[in-house]
Design a binder for this molecule. Structure first.
Ligand code: HEM
Length: 209
């Protein structure tokens, strides 16, 4: 129990630090996303920068909100003391996921790495939306344990951007692969990694249930 609480606090800390970094980087340090867009060297279609930036900003804001909402709902204290709040935050999380998925769908055709990355992002869109909807269906059927497991699988995907950047740095900076190839590998790699991590957490946290 104590270990679970410590792991939860660690996760919340990572989420908070990451959110501050993402908001600072995308709204203060590089609001035109010049650094990121500069690396899109092999685009097959014209990128309308203003529209892309607007969509990307909506994407970032709701992505951060989904991280906060999800983290709040894993709190046993909120769940037990304020079940109505838990439900409201749950629907807020679902709405955020759907907005992130729709905005991602707009950006996917322009993804760094071309068609391979676009396909991986679309796969991510389907998986994330599906896992989240399954989690909601489970609680509608009063299957509490199953709901928590599916929400764990869903929440793993709020770490998509972090995982993509870490894996890209590993393959590009660490192994010396070209940036675009590293990015492609990172998008597919993050799907595998996040599904694996979710299953690991489920096995550790819910093993006695
Ligand atoms: C929930 C946490 C997430 C955050 C904080 C986040 C943040 C960002 C940011 C800042 C960008 C701009 C590029 C960059 O700096 O990486 C971006 C791009 C993008 N994100 Fe997300 N994102 C999240 C989750 C997701 C998920 C789950 C998906 C897919 C289902 C997704 C799909 C995309 C796509 C397609 C792009 C454009 C990539 C490109 O142009 O190469 N994001 N995201």
């Amino acid at each position: 129990m104590v270990r679970t609480k410590k792991a939860y606090l660690l996760m919340v800390s990572v989420v908070m630090i990451f959110i501050v970094y993402v908001l600072y980087h995308n709204f203060v340090q590089d609001p035109q996303a010049a650094e990121f867009l500069h690396l899109k060297t092999d685009l097959k279609r014209t990128l309308h920068v203003d529209a892309w930036l607007t969509v990307m900003r909506i994407h970032v804001v709701f992505a951060c909100l989904s991280m906060v909402a999800g983290a709040a709902n894993f709190s046993a204290w909120i769940r037990m003391k304020y079940p109505k709040l838990h439900r409201m935050i749950g629907y807020l999380y679902l709405m955020c996921v759907l907005i992130v998925v729709v905005t991602s769908g707009y950006m996917a055709p322009y993804a760094t790495g071309g068609k391979a990355s676009s396909m991986a992002f679309n796969l991510l869109n389907i998986i994330w939306a599906a896992f989240t909807i399954v989690a909601i269906v489970k609680i509608k059927k009063k299957q509490v344990l199953s709901h928590r497991k599916w929400m764990t699988r869903s929440y793993a995907f709020v770490f998509t951007n972090l995982a993509i950047h870490l894996l890209t740095s590993l393959f590009h900076g660490g192994f010396g692969l070209a940036y675009t190839d590293s990015y492609k590998i990172a998008v597919y790699g993050s799907i595998v990694l996040l599904i694996f991590l979710a299953e690991l957490v489920i096995r550790i946290v819910y093993k006695k249930a």
